[in-house]
Write a protein that binds this ligand. Structure first.
Ligand SMILES: NC(=O)C1=CN([C@@H]2O[C@H](COP(=O)(O)OP(=O)(O)OC[C@H]3O[C@@H](n4cnc5c(N)ncnc54)[C@H](OP(=O)(O)O)[C@@H]3O)[C@@H](O)[C@H]2O)C=CC1
Ligand SMILES: O=C([O-])CC(=O)C(=O)O
Length: 265
């Protein structure tokens, strides 16, 4: 018999997971209910029990990953092999070809990806049917503090901290960049997933003290047309590396998966 309500577990109770979990717990997404939450830390004031990953896999039909790239790399395949579906926010985990191939081939659970902070992903993916793109560029601009990384040298950190205008902190492909900014440039990997080639997507990461809104600009050019998608997001107040829209993109994806009528896929 087909289950009518999808039992959802949220992995990572942070900027994304908390909003997704609260909407589900309030019964605001038809066809889905929050069953449990998994997090590294002991949690208080959560609407459902905190569970271990093993318990969550056992109890849930689908897990929402809102924890980080390393969770996807370490546990993604195991979740799918247990027959539990996985909706991934940390798409940057897929820039390693071998890990990506394993995850995409695993089952019987199904893996899904959120469009997250970027739009136009559906059109970029559709263009593969027309032969794809000659060039794809993504420029991500964020507040400097959200882009600081342990691998940065003192000179670069100083330039970022004292900047009075935009500073390009990395230029590379969608294969290189999400590994260097694991909590901040998953969007590059998402664009690469849509286009089908992380090496084809050129990425520029810009730190700008004036970027009170996070900006992502995608420019793609092919024989069939040119496309430009530009978004300016208000960051999450608790975690300004993440835009406020992201949990709502996850929820929209969940609504499509759980079969609510009227979704644009
Ligand atoms: N696709 C997109 O557009 C976007 C994707 N993302 C991805 O989503 C992830 C989550 O974002 P966000 O909610 O803002 O992050 P937060 O840092 O706000 O929250 C993440 C939570 O997950 C916990 N956590 C980390 N690792 C594990 C683990 N292995 N098991 C259980 N819990 C874990 C963290 O705990 P602790 O702090 O103790 O580690 C923290 O409580 C980001 O790391 C990023 O990869 C984010 C923004 C946009
Ligand atoms: O939320 C955003 O704007 C983008 C982000 O952090 C990411 O791609 O990881």
């Amino acid at each position: 018999m087909q289950r009518t309500v999808t039992r959802v577990g949220v992995v990572g109770w942070g900027a994304i997971g908390r909003t997704v979990g609260q909407v589900l717990a309030q019964g605001r997404l038809a066809g889905a209910e929050l069953t449990c939450v998994v997090d590294n830390r002991p949690l208080h004031d959560i609407p459902v029990p905190q569970a271990t990953l093993e318990q969550a896999i056992e109890e849930c039909d689908l897990l929402v990953e809102a924890a980080g790239q390393s969770f996807v790399r370490e546990w993604g395949t195991r979740v799918l092999e247990a027959g539990t579906d996985l909706l991934v926010a940390s798409t940057g985990a897929l820039t390693d070809d071998e890990a990506a191939a394993k995850l995409l081939a695993a089952g019987p659970g199904r893996v899904y990806f959120t469009g997250g902070a970027v739009g136009g992903i559906d059109l970029l993916q559709a263009a593969r049917g027309l032969g794809g793109f000659r060039s794809v560029r993504l420029t991500t601009t964020k507040l400097p503090a959200t882009l600081e990384q342990p691998w940065m040298d003192a000179e670069l950190l100083d330039r970022m901290r004292t900047a009075t205008g935009p500073v390009e902190v990395m230029r590379g492909t969608a294969r290189d960049v999400p590994v260097k900014f694991p909590r901040s440039t998953n969007v590059a990997a998402t664009v690469a997933l849509a286009v089908g080639d992380p090496d084809r997507v050129e990425v520029s990461v810009v730190a700008d003290p004036a970027a009170v809104r996070t900006r992502h600009v995608i420019e793609a050019d092919g024989d069939h047309g040119s496309y430009r998608f530009e978004v300016d997001h208000v960051p999450d107040p608790g975690n300004p590396a993440t835009s406020r829209i992201v949990p709502h993109a996850v929820l929209r994806g969940l609504a499509a998966i759980t079969g609510t009528a009227g979704q644009i896929l």
